[in-house]
Design a binder for this molecule. Structure first.
Ligand SMILES: *Cc1c(COP(=O)(O)O)cnc(C)c1O
Length: 396
């Protein structure tokens, strides 16, 4: 049997390679941070991590994790409801609710699981889920697991959302679902308008704050802070794997009864292991740091403004962004790959994205700014963009 199947897979894998879509991994041999060393020995500045607050290698988080490792052991060997809950897990859930101004929170192994386990326990075939077309893969998968009627609107298109809401009046309950920040453009969901439509058409709202938590809003509390809607959105999901330290872990936070029901019925919560105590302890430490100071958020915001200003002055075409994601538009797929390769030669690690990850003829380099970057790192990045941009005729 396997030899037939092996032949089939080999052909498929060759097709992926020939289409230029085969994903290869670059190997890093030091901690995740602004300056990384790759296995070739080259040291480069990293502009493609989700390490928005520069916390992936933060000494306070490492110390909190080490302490918990000594005091609370390595793993839980259980799901939460059997014998997998330590006080640390509950404390972290409280910290998450405090941060977002919500009523309660529930932890998952990852936000992929939070999104995978949020819809099916809450909604049924009598209900409607209305989803932005650019929502994350985990939301799409989660919606597939739920029997609710599905509606989809073009990215941030409020006319289409309104039409969906009109049709969905036929259903019992309606839930609008959106990413807070969309990962390829860096645009923020128009939550103010979504909220107005939700009020008008009697719908609930879920926001996935994975790319926005710690980043968007004056103090990094996410899109509900940006739009003055703290506590007004029914469901927020997010990750501990991006701005919040970058290790692992996800959460759903929001209305008390919703979180209660997820603890009873959400399958990735019920049937998957608890996060390790050291990860919970580092998460608590991270939220404690954030409740004391906005230093990192401020630095991220000033770094982003500094980068955008210099790049626009140099003549680059950058998508409007309100996050730490800056899409430098090149349009041509081949150019985006050549550009990224030349950037690496200049010591700057960025990734070029093209179809089907982004729409056809919308190829770009996605730059992710971090509070872990110093002004001289950003200067070096912009200088490399200008040098390569001139060489390749992108700017004059
Ligand atoms: C990264 C991301 C996820 C997945 O988070 P993990 O914790 O890594 O599983 C989910 N949703 C969005 C919008 C993301 O950007």
């Amino acid at each position: 049997m396997y030899s037939n199947y092996q032949g089939y897979l080999s052909t498929e894998l060759t097709n992926i390679q020939e289409a230029g879509l085969y994903k290869r991994e670059r190997i890093i041999v030091n901690p995740q941070q602004a300056r990384i060393k790759i296995s070739s020995g080259q040291e480069v500045l990293n502009f493609c991590a989700n390490n928005y607050l520069g916390l992936s290698n933060n000494s306070s988080l490492i110390n909190a994790a080490k302490k918990a490792l000594d005091e609370r052991g390595f793993g839980m060997s259980s799901v939460r409801f059997i014998c997998g809950t330590q006080d640390l897990h509950l404390e972290l859930e409280r910290k998450i609710s405090e941060f977002f101004g919500t009523e309660d929170a529930i932890l998952y192994a990852a936000c992929f699981d939070a999104n995978g386990g949020v819809f099916e326990p809450l909604l049924s075939e009598e209900d409607a889920i209305i989803s932005d077309s650019l929502n994350h893969a985990s939301i799409i998968d989660g919606v597939r697991l739920c029997k609710a009627q599905r509606y989809r609107y073009a990215n941030a298109d409020m006319d289409e959302l309104e039409n969906c809401l009109k049709v969905a009046q036929a259903q019992r309950f309606r839930l609008i679902v959106t990413d807070g920040v969309f990962s390829m453009d860096g645009n923020v969901a128009p939550l103010d308008k979504i909220y107005q439509l939700a009020e008008k058409y009697n719908a609930m709202i879920m926001v996935d704050e994975s790319h926005s938590a710690g980043v968007v809003g004056e103090t990094g509390r996410g899109t509900t802070e940006l739009y003055n809607l703290r506590g007004k959105v029914e469901i927020i999901t997010g990750t501990l794997g991006k701005a919040f330290g970058g290790a692992i872990g996800g959460f759903t936070t929001g209305k008390k009864e919703i979180i209660d029901m997820l603890r009873q019925r959400s399958r990735p919560y019920l049937f998957s292991n608890s996060i390790p105590p050291m990860v919970a302890a580092a998460g608590i430490e991270m939220f404690n740091m954030m409740s004391k100071t906005n230093e990192l958020q401020d630095k991220l915001h000033s770094n982003t403004a500094y980068f955008l200003g210099k790049m626009k002055d140099a003549g680059f075409d950058i998508k409007p962004t309100r996050s730490a994601i800056c899409a430098v538009m090149l349009y041509d797929a081949r150019l985006s790959q050549e550009f990224a390769a030349k950037m690496l030669e200049e010591g700057i690690y960025v990734i070029g994205f093209y179809f089907p990850v982004v729409p056809k003829d919308q190829a770009r380099i996605r730059v992710q700014i971090s509070a872990g970057h110093e002004p001289e790192h950003i200067d070096k990045c912009v200088d490399a963009f200008i040098k390569v941009g001139k060489e390749l005729g992108v700017i004059s």
